[in-house]
Design a binder for this molecule. Structure first.
Ligand code: CMP
Length: 137
């Protein structure tokens, strides 16, 4: 049956004017935008969202970065869209991400402590439902 994933165009993507390009690629792939909003992520919800990374060296810089300005949140729908969006996004490190992917085509290393890698996509159906619950409560 159909599946949902949470996609975030992170503050770096928003600042660089890449929101439309990311949403265009999602739609061109054939997935459906079920919900969409622009908001500056608050630290309380970011702490929930990134709970699994607490204690890692990039955790605090990640919360700083993610709360630094507006981001776009999308609930994306379609068969196997979790796997499909992660393929569209490319590897976490934008330097290593293959050309043809969002991060590979549009991202680079900016010498920061955190990977400013334009997009987030849920990594499993459980994460997707949990994350959608946090941002679209
Ligand atoms: P995301 O998929 O949103 O989940 C965790 C985020 O932390 C990730 O994207 C990157 O932005 C960042 N991240 C993951 N691994 C590292 C790392 N090794 N160094 C810096 N930032 C990282």
């Amino acid at each position: 049956q159909s599946e949902r994933t949470l996609v975030i165009v992170k503050p770096d993507g928003y600042r660089r004017g890449l929101t439309g390009e990311v949403l265009r690629r999602i739609e061109a792939k054939g997935y459906v935008l079920a919900e969409l909003k622009v908001a500056t992520p608050d630290r309380e919800r970011l702490a929930k969202h990134y709970a699994e990374h607490e204690g890692k060296p990039f955790y605090q810089p990640l919360l700083e970065f993610m709360s630094s300005g507006p981001a776009t949140f999308a609930v994306v729908e379609g068969h196997r869209c979790i796997e499909g969006f992660r393929a569209l996004a490319g590897a976490t490190d934008p330097t290593a991400a293959l050309p043809g992917t969002i991060r590979g085509d549009l991202g680079r290393d900016w010498g920061e402590k955190v990977q400013a890698n334009i997009v987030h996509g849920s990594d499993s159906p459980e994460s997707a439902e949990r994350e959608i619950g946090i941002w679209f409560a």
